[in-house]
Structures are given as C-alpha cells and as structure tokens.
Design a protein around this ligand. Structure first.
Ligand SMILES: NC(=O)c1ccc[n+]([C@@H]2O[C@H](COP(=O)([O-])OP(=O)(O)OC[C@H]3O[C@@H](n4cnc5c(N)ncnc54)[C@H](O)[C@@H]3O)[C@@H](O)[C@H]2O)c1
Length: 267
C-alpha cells in the first residue's frame, strides 16, 4: 500500500484518480482549493484511507501533509488556455509554474520518491512538418497555458538531475468521458453533450439531474456550435450573445467548468 498525495484532487482527473487509488488500497490525501466546489470528493469522505485538506498550493505549504508520502500527483493548475488568458500571465505562472516548484521542493524535503506532474500535449503546439509528434519532438507552445507548463517541466527536469525525488512528466492529450467533476469545456465532451437531444429528461448515465424548469425550457437538439452548447464553455471563453445561462451553470442548471476562484480573480 502506498501513501499518495494529490494536489488538485477535486478536479476532473483528480476526483477519478482518487477513487481509483482508494479502490487499489492506497492511502490518499487530496489538497485542493476547491475552485469548482468539493462535491466531486464527497463519496470518499467516509473512506478510512482518505484525507482532505483545503489549501491553495501556490501560497500554502504542503509540508504538513507529506509525512510518509511515497508519491505526489501534482494536478493543481489553471487549466487550459482560456482560463490562463483570463487570469493573466503573472497569475498563470504563479499557479502553474511557481506552485509546481513549491510542491516539488516540499516533496524533496519530505523524502517523497516520485513527483508526477500533469503536463500537456499543448506544449507541442503546431507540428512544424504536419507529422504526428513524439516525446522527442520540439515544443512549439502556442498559448500562455503551454508556456507555464513548459517552464514547470524545464525547472523539474533540471532539478531532477540532482534530486532524490524523481519527477515524472506525462503530457496528457485532451481527455474525455465522465468524472465526478466532468468538464464540458473539453472538446469531445462538448460534442457528446451536444449530440444528445434534450426533451424532458436527461440521460441518467450523464450523472446529472434535470429540473422541471429546464424540462420546460428544453427542446430540440443542441448543436456543438449552438448558443446553448456554447454556454458550457469555460469562464475564459466568450459567452454567446443571448445566452440565458447563469455564470458557472449550464443551461440545465448543473455546474460546469467555470472556476469560482478564477472568475473572481484579482492578481
Ligand atoms: N483534462 C485534460 O484533458 C488535461 C490534458 C492535459 C493536461 N491536463 C492537466 O491535468 C491536470 C488536471 O486537469 P483537470 O482537467 O483535472 O483540471 P480541473 O480544472 O478539473 O482540476 C484542477 C483542480 O486543481 C485545483 N487547483 C487549481 N489551482 C490550485 C491551487 N493553487 N491549489 C490547490 N488546488 C488548486 C482546482 O480547484 C481543481 O479542483 C492539470 O494540471 C492540467 O493542466 C489535463
């Protein structure tokens, strides 16, 4: 049994990872500032191997939560280029690069063996010759988001040369599918949601409930480019004219990828 700490464990990936690790018998501590709320973690609170600490890892120290931890999954970040654009360069680097440095340094101090940093395929940007990229391909960042992740990668790789803690840097492609905090701003999820015809009820396997009000308002298919589908875009994306959805809620009334913290940000 390993002892694991996950930063950003309440998010789209982290809330699934938490469940998978608990199911495999590991002890899991999640540290998250709950930008999107904490509902995604509620099922785990009764698990004897689960711990949660609400903290912002860009300013708060992780040291108190790292005793005996073997592996850190560092997922906490301002995710995606619209969100990074919205918070601006200084905040994006503080959350995605400097917080990574802080988390790694705390992990080193605590004797953690492995630090897994969630990087992104966005780092590759546009392939210069149009061919598929490999791990050896040069990086051509096209966004502030990618620049913050590359800066964190470079720092970790350099530090990892002499550290007893091994950084591991998977560059995820855009994920899809359902999670306790499903992100509907991700392209495949957005297309999938858009392909459902909303009549008077909502597919139960999407894990959301439909209010009677949204039943009355619903009707007709949602195309991926329609205003209602676009209302699922994250806070950084332009809201369609005429959209009636409340910020942070889809037209169905469920929470979508709009970070409370990000929306209210003051650098
Ligand atoms: N989802 C994808 O397709 C994808 C692809 C490539 C890389 N990634 C990377 O994977 C990681 C997780 O992505 P996700 O899709 O789960 O995102 P997410 O936005 O759903 O989750 C991020 C979580 O981190 C938390 N967080 C952010 N800043 C924090 C801070 N300073 N302190 C504490 N908690 C903080 C948020 O509250 C949230 O719960 C990110 O680092 C992201 O860059 C994701």
């Amino acid at each position: 049994m390993a002892k694991v700490l996950i930063t950003g464990g309440a998010g789209y990936i982290g809330s699934l990872l938490t469940g998978a690790l608990l199911a495999s018998g590991h002890e899991v501590t999640v540290v998250d500032s709950l930008m999107f709320g904490g509902e995604s973690l509620l099922p785990y609170f009764s698990h004897p191997n689960f711990r949660f600490h609400k903290a912002d890892v860009s300013v708060e120290a992780l040291d108190d939560h790292l005793a005996g931890v073997n592996t850190v999954f560092h997922l906490a970040a301002i995710v995606g280029f619209p969100a990074c654009q919205q918070v601006g360069e200084a905040v994006a680097f503080r959350y995605n690069t400097e917080a990574t440095q802080r988390a790694f340094e705390a992990s080193e101090r605590a004797g953690v063996g492995r630090f897994i940093f969630a990087s992104t395929y966005s780092n590759y940007g546009i392939s210069p010759d149009g061919e598929p990229v490999t791990e050896e391909s040069p990086l051509h960042p096209q966004s502030l988001y990618a620049r913050t992740k590359i800066a964190a990668e470079e720092w970790l790789l350099e530090r990892g040369r002499t550290s007893r803690c091994a950084p591991v840097l998977p560059r995820f492609a855009t994920l899809f599918g359902i999670s306790p905090r499903t992100r509907f701003d991700l392209i495949v999820n957005q297309f999938t949601l858009g392909s459902f015809r909303i009549e008077c009820g909502y597919p139960q396997d999407m894990g959301v409930t439909t209010s009677s009000r949204s039943c009355r308002n619903a009707g007709g298919p949602i195309g991926a480019g329609s205003p209602r589908a676009l209302s699922l875009a994250p806070s950084g994306a332009p809201r369609p004219r005429g959209s009636t959805s409340a910020p942070g809620r889809s037209h169905m009334g469920h929470r979508v990828g709009t970070a409370r913290g990000v929306r209210a940000w003051t650098p």
